[in-house]
Design a protein. Structure first.
Length: 356
């Protein structure tokens, strides 16, 4: 592995695109910063990484990832905080999960020190791309894919690790209407549900499309065996509140161990809520809704942070939650996380890391 103090080769762009960007009107995930990090794995070890201008990739038609799907990624965010410093929220958790995904997908791990140094140098080079708006951030996309030029079903012997960034505003602009999925499954026991593998998301597109055609923005995924227990909501973990109790399905082989989820639950404990990580039945949630005892339900993830759920659909019926402006927990948690990420609120857990 490359030592953490090894300097990367840096090729600066000859013409920044920064002046072309309208930071007031940013479509999520479509505007990309000037540079990207690239590092290749071959001959059993990682080669020296480099930072180059953001550009297209050139791939052989037989490149392994295209055919056999060895591809993983992470999602992180950088924020412009107090005194214009650039912070990243809990990056070590993302790096650890990235390597967990790599292991599950039979891919080489990235030295955490190398990962952090690559991120640090990339953010320092493109620091002006971190938006100044309160509801904006610089989304960070680390990913790795197989690069063998070979048609054969086996783990690749070569890989490419990359990081690029893009300025973004909010992922969801309002409440989310979801439907409980009782036919299709996102993940199964023994599968890759706990990893951020690209194939997990590809398999989820069709059932999500069907729900969208019926007027729902996302799904609530259930277990693959009985479709009895709630697992995730779309691409996020799901959290509920009933009275003083915050409850959510436990992370497992089929449920991603979300960084935002973990942070939300810790805040709930800090504030004296009763926190339960347990199996959650669909029928329990429906019962609470009918009795008007389900006070909040929201998705928790990096892209959206907290996405309030306004409606839960099940077998042709819709169940409404109270208006978001009256929620006592999710709004407070969202504000606290936002303040911590920008260095404006005391970070008692050491979550926020200054990079620039």
């Amino acid at each position: 592995m490359i030592a953490s103090d090894t300097m990367f080769d840096i090729e600066r762009t000859g013409s920044s695109r920064l002046t072309e960007v309208d930071f007031e009107n940013l479509p999520f995930g479509r505007v990309f910063s000037d540079h990207m990090f690239v590092m290749d794995f071959k001959d059993g070890e990682w080669q020296k990484g480099k930072i180059v201008p953001f550009q297209n990739l050139s791939l052989n038609p037989a490149t392994s990832v295209i055919h056999y799907g060895q591809s993983i990624f992470e999602g992180m965010k950088a924020f412009r905080g107090k005194d214009q410093h650039i912070f990243v929220f809990r990056p070590d958790r993302n790096i650890k999960r990235f390597n967990l995904s790599a292991e599950r997908m039979c891919m080489p791990k990235v030295d955490p020190d190398v990962f952090r140094e690559a991120l640090s140098q990339l953010l320092n080079l493109d620091k002006d791309w971190v938006p100044p708006q309160n509801d904006a951030s610089l989304y960070i996309r680390p990913f790795m894919f197989a690069t063998d030029e070979y048609i054969g079903v086996k783990p690749s012997e070569t890989y490419r690790f990359m990081i690029f960034t893009c300025p973004v505003r909010r992922y969801y602009t309002g409440d989310v209407k979801v439907r409980v999925e009782t036919r299709y499954a996102r993940s199964v026991k023994g599968g890759t549900g706990f990893a951020k593998a690209a194939g997990n998301y590809a398999g989820a597109l069709y059932p999500a499309k069907l729900a969208q055609e019926d007027g729902y923005q996302q799904l609530i995924w259930t277990d693959a065996v009985e479709h009895k227990y709630i697992e995730e909501s779309g691409t996020m973990n799901i959290v509920f509140r009933s009275g003083n109790t915050i409850f959510t399905p436990p992370t497992s082989e089929t449920i991603l161990n979300g960084v935002t989820r973990d942070s939300v639950l810790q805040l709930a404990r800090d504030w004296g809520y009763n926190v339960e990580e347990r199996r959650v039945e669909v029928e329990e949630v429906l019962h609470l809704l009918k009795e008007e005892k389900l006070h909040e339900a929201f998705g928790a993830g990096t892209a959206a942070t907290i996405a309030p759920i306004s409606t839960i659909g099940f077998e042709g019926s819709d169940y409404e939650l109270p208006p978001f402006d009256g929620w006592e927990f999710a709004q407070k948690a969202a504000a606290a996380l936002d303040g911590i990420k920008k260095g404006m609120v005391e970070d008692t857990h050491g979550w926020n890391v200054r990079f620039v």
